[in-house]
Design a binder for this molecule. Structure first.
Ligand code: PMP
Length: 385
């Protein structure tokens, strides 16, 4: 590589290749079954593909309106009313974004200024704390309890300062598969009441909750909905993570600020895909069946592990299952994950990668959004460890 021509100051001197890229490379090197990747091995519904193709052919190939296609925003509004009982105005309270990730970024940027603090929970999806830093604010990490991965609300109350402007939650949770329950929602209401704290709620796995647990969207609770951005991803709902399309809901005074950021960063989102989704979203069956579909996958994966020396942690939602391997080895997670890829030919993600301080409880994250054949191959190898 050539020497730098100009001297630049890195925004993230400490950040290298992310853990997903690193583990994918390890998986490829050893030709391992890849349960590290957080995306499905199956395709999106054919009917949706038809709609999207129609949109391309019908010439819907120029910019969509800045907040998103009205037809899609209306469909989302109806869906949210049906699921969570709150009406979001398509004109002023819903914005379509190029993925859930971009929506998280715009929401955080809309709120956080240099000097502000944002509470984030660890382990967390890897972009949360870096986004807070990009805004010039300070992430205040609070560890979820182990092994339940629940929020220690007493500690949250203690860590709030006059600088706290944001609490960033994620339910169902990546990487642990934990979910927030009604009691958590009551605790969150108590913590934010009477403050100027905004809630940023990552709900991209909203449809994937198990064992009869209902997804606790912030939209259900007026005291939270009034001060929250909630974020969704069509990629997760329709097995189309490569499309990178999602949306944000927020009351109009928050959405106004969100749209200023969205307008100046990405401006608008893929038009033909929005149109395809605006047609397909009317079919409720696909997303209503998702919980059952993934619960069967989770149970199939766990059944396949019977007789292995891995221990299964509770997974109440998302498409991730965490396993501990302390009965097999005392090795750190990264070294065990690499050995697993080499010897068992199964790739997974060390959960330590989702903590800023690398907390290592001997836990790996496995993605079970895969065909039963892939899961069979993985569990057969895991049983031999
Ligand atoms: N939040 C969480 C918790 C995720 O797991 C992901 C995707 N892995 C995203 C946000 C990003 O969603 P999208 O792919 O729609 O940008």
């Amino acid at each position: 590589m050539s020497a730098p021509t100009v001297s630049i100051r890195s925004k993230f001197p400490g950040i290298g290749t992310n853990i997903f890229t690193a583990m994918n490379a390890v998986a490829q090197e050893h030709q391992a079954v890849n349960l590290a990747q957080g995306f499905p091995s199956f395709d999106c519904p054919p009917e949706l593909l038809e709609y999207v193709t129609t949109a391309f052919r019908a010439g819907r190939n120029q910019y969509a309106p800045m907040p998103g296609l009205p037809e899609l925003r209306e469909g989302i509004s109806e869906k949210v009313k049906f699921l969570y009982g709150r009406t979001y105005d398509p004109a002023t309270e819903i914005t379509i974004t190029p993925g859930g990730h971009a929506a998280l970024m715009s929401a955080a940027m809309a709120i956080l200024h240099p000097g502000d603090e944002a509470i984030v929970f660890e382990p967390s999806f890897d972009c949360f704390a870096p986004i807070v830093k990009l805004c010039g604010a300070t992430p205040v990490p609070i560890k979820l309890t182990f092994p339940e991965y629940s929020i220690p609300w007493g500690i949250v109350a203690e860590r709030i300062t006059p600088q706290t402007k944001l609490i960033w939650i994620n339910t169902p949770h990546n990487p642990t598969g934990s979910i927030l329950g009604p009691e958590d929602i009551r605790s969150l209401v108590r913590v934010v009441q009477g403050t100027n704290i905004v809630v940023l709620s990552d709900e991209v796995y909203e449809h994937i909750t198990f064992d009869g647990h209902e997804h606790q969207s912030v939209c259900r609770t007026p005291e939270l909905a009034e001060r929250s951005f909630s974020i969704y991803s069509f990629g997760k709902v329709y097995h189309a993570t490569g499309w990178k399309i999602g949306y944000c809901l927020a009351p109009s005074y928050l959405m106004q600020e969100f749209r200023k950021i969205h307008q100046m960063t990405t401006f608008t989102t893929n038009h033909p895909i929005q149109w395809g989704l605006s047609q397909y979203i009317k079919n409720r069956n696909h997303y209503l069946e998702l919980a059952q579909f993934y619960q069967a996958k989770r149970d199939y994966f766990i059944a396949g592990l019977k007789g292995s020396r891995f221990d299964v942690l509770a997974a109440k939602g998302s498409y991730f299952q965490c396993l501990t391997y302390r009965r097999i080895s005392e090795e750190p997670e990264m070294s065990f994950a690499k050995r697993l890829a080499r010897d068992a030919k199964v790739a997974a993600i060390p959960v330590s990668a989702f903590y800023e301080d690398g907390t290592d409880n001997g836990v790996l994250r496995f993605c079970f959004a895969k065909s039963n054949e892939i899961l069979d191959q993985a569990t057969e190898a895991l049983r031999k460890m």
